[in-house]
Design a binder for this molecule. Structure first.
Ligand SMILES: [Cu+2]
Length: 284
């Protein structure tokens, strides 16, 4: 979208424009949050159908890999004890055993096929869906995100809150000035691209990770479950010196709050500054 590209060139202006909307969001409070925890083991609790399926696949793989590791460990221990020099002074000269060779080829193949079936099922499931309720265009840039809502005609930049500006209750390195606000219980189509180098839109709790590449649009979708919640993610493609400082925040709110936010955001992000930045661009 032409105006948003111009807006992306003026992050400071956009940031200022966003402050009113932030204070509104701040006032509504954070009910729950999906974020990494200290000493966390395992994945973040799954949110949405993609994440639930991904968690199931992960749990299945964990069982399989544990069994394989234990089996290999047992074989190693047995071999070390049973065939040590003291117990087995004259080693066997056997070099081939057809039965064992067939077994150690066929069994791994069977295991891989067993893994491949649910794996491909999930890949196709998360690849695309026709049943999305709304579209958001996500653009990665050094080092912030731009979110555009084509239907709602909203576009804004999302910057991490600098350490010195952190307010009580805000998360260091994770909270942003303008989160991606979405209604709860929605399926959202993401059109993802980059403005400069490669970035990656990664939202662990939703189990969605898609690369942003300049000059091409990647498609993904996210399944926001019911419940007002804030989801935290990060760019996970090394993209330059401030790679660690472009977190992603998705804020799921009720349908009414979302409608209110849209009204607010249209005013805050669009009118005056957009006209001014277009004028500026034309003057150049
Ligand atoms: Cu990045």
């Amino acid at each position: 979208m032409f105006p948003s590209r111009i807006l992306a060139m003026f992050p400071a202006v956009m940031q200022r424009a966003g402050f009113a909307a932030i204070s509104y969001l701040g006032a509504t409070g954070l009910a729950h949050a999906a974020e990494p925890q200290p000493w966390q083991l395992g994945l973040q609790p799954a949110a949405g159908s993609i994440a639930e399926k991904a968690n199931d696949l992960h749990n299945m793989l964990l069982v399989i890999i544990t069994l394989i590791s234990l089996f290999v460990l047992a074989l190693l221990v047995y071999t070390c004890l049973r065939f040590r020099e003291g117990k087995n002074p004259t080693p066997s000269k056997t070099t081939h055993n057809t039965v064992i060779e067939v077994l150690w080829t066929v069994i791994p193949v069977v295991i891989l096929v067993v893994i491949a079936v649910p794996s491909f099922k999930l890949l196709y499931y998360m690849d695309r869906t026709d049943e999305t309720d709304m579209v958001v265009k996500v653009t990665g840039a050094q080092w912030y995100w731009t979110y555009e809502y084509p239907k709602e005609e909203i576009a804004f930049d999302s910057y991490m809150i600098a350490e010195e500006d952190i307010q009580p209750g805000q998360k260091r390195l994770l909270d942003v000035d303008n989160p991606l606000v979405v209604p709860e219980g929605t399926r959202i189509k993401l059109l993802v691209q980059a403005n400069d180098v490669m970035h990656s839109f990664f939202m662990p709790a939703l189990a969605v990770q898609v690369y942003t590449v300049a000059g091409r649009t990647n498609e993904a979708w996210i399944d926001i479950p019911m419940g007002e919640k804030t989801y935290y993610g990060q760019c996970n493609q090394i993209c330059g010196i401030n790679h660690a400082y472009m977190p992603i925040v998705i804020k799921a709110v009720s349908a009414e709050d979302y409608a209110k936010w849209v009204d607010d955001a249209r005013e805050e992000f669009a009118s005056v500054d957009r006209v001014e930045t277009i004028k500026l661009a034309q003057a150049q």
